[in-house]
Design a protein around this ligand. Sequence first.
Ligand code: SF4
Ligand code: SF4
Length: 447
Amino acid sequence: MISVRTAKGYDLPIQGAPLETSQTIALPATVAVLPEHIPFVRPRLAVAEGDRVAVGDLLFTDKTNPRFRFLSPGGGRVDAIHYGPRRVLREIVIRRDAENEPVTSLGRPLDGDAIDRYPRAELVAHLLAGGVWPLLRALPYRDIADPEQVPPAIFVSLDHREPFQVPPARYLENNRALFELGLRALKRLSPTVHVHADAADRAFCEAHQELITHRVQGRYPADDPGVVLFQVRRSPEENTAWFIDGQDLLLMAQLLQSGAYPTARLFAVAGTGAAAPRYVASRMGAPIKDLAGEIGCRDPRYLVGGVLRGYTGDPEGHMGLYETALAVLPEPGDVDFLTLFRPGPNKPTYSRTFLSALRRAPLPMTTNVNGGRRACIACGYCADVCPVDIWPQMTLKSILAEEVEEYLAQGLLDCVECGLCTYVCPSKIELAATLQAAKHAHRKEQA
Ligand code: SF4
Ligand code: SF4
């Protein structure tokens, strides 16, 4: 097992970690798929409102690569198709049949020996047809892996450092054989498969030491696949490695083992505004309100995917394909009068502005950013936390000046979109979003 240490990064001291108990909730009445939150996909609808679908039936494909198929996580009726501004396809909602939910067969079940003998091209076709291929993503853009390529390596990410994700010990419990089946499939796709886990979870690393190839040390986002690659790569060719989340690898293995589209998901529901932070077993694309349960604040904001990388979810909406974390944070309500002149014993602070810097205890967090945007004051905090040694304020200037070669040389494509630079910036500059947009624009130009 190789040790990988990342010196930079930052762990947010937030209250509201999930309790150690897991809860299985009743199967939801509706489930959904959210094309809007699948990066770089241009959906071509295969259903209309009122159509009947089974679990595993096609909902839409990608116009750019029609081999990318997105299947229904529920069996019943297409209840609604929601569009956003400029006809962006937001959400396809399925109202499940309460009884005898129909399920489509997606091929014969395969065991490990059959997978080892399966020709690679046929395995790729099986995963594409089974709708789990989009779970494999490629660095540096984090887009869906190109099925025509053989990647230099695949990183299996047992990543959970961003508050608050599901720790791998939870979903691997009783699923170790399934996980190993998934690894056998990945080894048919790439000559090198890495599995990395957080060294701080010592008991987990010891219990699964035959599976784990890299033990990662450091603060968030040290266990992100892009950060691990940044630390271990030996040549530029490795920059196009693929990665898959540990829970997603289980889904892939379930498809291979059962021949049916896998839909079970374990979610982390957490944050200062969650009345009962916990892990919840439910269905892929479950409704946000069902998962959130009781709320502990008057005016909650739902962050789908996490505090730093997530997006604001509609309370009446559903979880996306990739997201397994739901953070609930209170909106700030009344603005604190003269907030900077108060000692702030309970306010999270990176810049040591508040008294809370003296204690390491988890603190309540709201969505208040404590101030408005102003000019960069060259404090260097953004560079201090960046895990891949970018100087975000310099890269931002190059992006604004459209100096493409300059910002690429500064390492834009290494950015793992962790959101830390924006979080720590005292001038409230949207560094991470600007860098991410520049990365996406660069990919489009390359395409
Ligand atoms: S530049 Fe990218 S990797 Fe660095 S802190 Fe900002 S978002 Fe994270
Ligand atoms: S953290 Fe914000 S204010 Fe400080 S150097 Fe970076 S961009 Fe400028």
